[in-house]
Ligand binder design. Sequence first.
Ligand SMILES: Cc1cc2nc3c(=O)[nH]c(=O)nc-3n(C[C@H](O)[C@H](O)[C@H](O)COP(=O)(O)OP(=O)(O)OC[C@H]3O[C@@H](n4cnc5c(N)ncnc54)[C@H](O)[C@@H]3O)c2cc1C
Length: 338
Amino acid sequence: MRSGRGRLYLTAPVLKANRMPSPGDWDLFRRQHETLAADGVTVAEHEPLASHTTLRIGGPARVLLGCGRREGVVAALRAVREAGIPWLVLGLGANVLVPDEGLDAAVLTLVGELASISREGARIRAGGGAQLARVVRESVSAGLAGVECLGGIPSTLGGALAMNAGAYGQEILDVLGWAEVVEEDGTVRRLERWEVEGGYRWSVLSKGRIVTLAELALRAEDPEVLRAHVQQAREHRQRAIPKEPSAGSVFRNPAGDYAGRLLELAGCKGLRRGRAEVSQLHANVIVNTGGARAADVRALVAEMAARVHERFGIRLELELKILDGTGGVLADPQAPLA
Ligand SMILES: Cc1cc2nc3c(=O)[nH]c(=O)nc-3n(C[C@H](O)[C@H](O)[C@H](O)COP(=O)(O)OP(=O)(O)OC[C@H]3O[C@@H](n4cnc5c(N)ncnc54)[C@H](O)[C@@H]3O)c2cc1C
């Protein structure tokens, strides 16, 4: 059932739905802990996820798996597959909303070797868990152009490639050379740039696979020009992006327009649910003013989408990944009031 602003929605379509694991599935998974440890995977049970997201919201993950090398990712995916456990990979958690109840799923993070960075000439090679800001620092200090405007985006390299993160005319896929991925069935593949489909804030790399390593092909540039670009992007970001904890843009820009403009005209700035608030600085950003709950954010998202639909007849699409209890991604911004 669908209805207007402020009412309950009984349907909650998901883009990627998962089966709820049973206690038996988790028992089966627990038996694999030792094998996982042998592949360098750390296992933390009931790990609170609020500290793993930039919104600082979210209940615990049933298990958090820290994978320090590719073999660990392969082993972790094999273990979850055999036990029938839903899984997802998390970077800096800068584009996700984790439910207050947490995730009955295995959450993989990439650390150690999978967060390292190296450079050879104009090519930078980095693990999927490497912080984008570090990748950008490395490229700028080596006089290389192509990612200098992306340094302020909170992201891992894997998360940036999955989302095709971009800012100020640059997008990460523009400079991708190749990406090494582990497929859901544990197969390791190297995808060349032409094999990686993607566009505005999406790429095939987010679909059921994990980016473990990638190479960026950059170009030499005058260090003065580079520094000027970095400075411009930094100043623009300081003016435009709220300082409070957030997950960046909630909605994708519709063709030919800006979600922030439509949301502002629809009177969304300053709307509040509990401790979650639509930023006064940017109408497409929800901030956590301290102790906000995922349910508050979801209610605000529904309200914002409904206001824009009522005023302009436009159905905004989510950029924020709103997760359900097993890590599935909700598709409909107006279906979150479960
Ligand atoms: C203050 C702020 C400003 C922002 N500004 C921008 C901006 O200017 N431009 C922009 O594009 N975005 C922006 N964002 C959004 C966010 O930073 C990006 O979407 C970022 O790329 C998410 O990266 P992450 O590592 O945090 O991924 P997460 O949020 O952890 O995950 C996002 C998606 O990527 C997948 N993923 C993560 N790691 C991997 C991997 N190794 N392999 C495969 N899939 C993976 C996850 O499963 C999930 O589906 C902003 C966010 C904030 C909080």
